[in-house]
Design a protein around this ligand. Structure first.
Ligand SMILES: [Zn+2]
Length: 219
């Protein structure tokens, strides 16, 4: 065996990773090129005026992307941040949204959940986006003060009751341009509640972008 071959074998061993979705060997980000391609060749952009704002979505919450988001959110696969930030970048480009001078705010999670997960997954995505678009990231404008059970387990009426009083919004929002980001748009309960609070502080502009949209979303 040549020395270079030997070195490449060692590197393979060191960096051996399996694709999180299809288990094929891959070198980068726990996701192989094919699975990545499947996500990015199948983006389903969506724009809707709702809750006093415009909500933009980048992809359907299904197949490979559904697994990526679950892994990212619940199984500590923080490398998947790049998939979500890339989808949001493509959404901004697709709709030609001018986010210059905007302040990016991820949907906050409760302190208890933060301790358990070790990160707010949307904050990682917001970090990437702030860097890419050269805009400011603020994590102290929105605060989750009520620890709710995961909302996907609840009916829409239960979600609405549960989310009441879950957030606190800073007065600093006034006159700022706010870009709120989230992973999935489902029934919109979280976005609705946050939008109500954000708009009551009279921001100069306010828009929402979610990386994906569930087929349970009816708007
Ligand atoms: Zn794969």
């Amino acid at each position: 065996m040549k020395f270079t071959e030997f070195c490449s074998k060692i590197l393979d061993l060191l960096y051996y990773r399996k694709c999180y979705i299809c288990s094929k060997k891959c070198m980068d980000m726990f996701l192989c090129e094919d699975c990545r391609e499947k996500i990015f060749s199948n983006l389903k952009f969506h724009e809707v005026k709702k809750f006093g704002t415009t909500i933009y979505c980048g992809a359907a919450y299904e197949n490979e992307l559904l697994k990526v988001i679950r892994g990212f959110k619940y199984h500590k696969k923080s490398d998947f941040r790049k998939i979500l930030s890339d989808i949001i970048i493509k959404t901004v480009e697709n709709y030609n949204i001018n986010i210059e001078d905007f302040v990016i705010c991820p949907v906050p999670i409760h302190e208890k959940r933060f301790k358990k997960r070790k990160y707010n997954h949307m904050e990682l995505v917001a970090e990437d986006l702030a860097k890419h678009f050269n805009i400011e990231l603020k994590t102290d404008l929105l605060k989750r003060i009520k620890d709710t059970v995961p909302l996907y387990k609840l009916s829409i009426t239960e979600r609405k009751t549960m989310i009441k009083g879950a957030f606190e919004v800073s007065k600093e929002i006034k006159a700022k341009k706010i870009l709120l980001i989230d992973d999935i748009l489902t029934t919109g309960t979280t976005i609705e509640e946050l939008s109500r609070l954000i708009l009551s502080e009279e921001p100069q502009k306010y828009i929402v972008i979610t990386a994906s949209r569930s087929n349970k979303c009816n708007f």
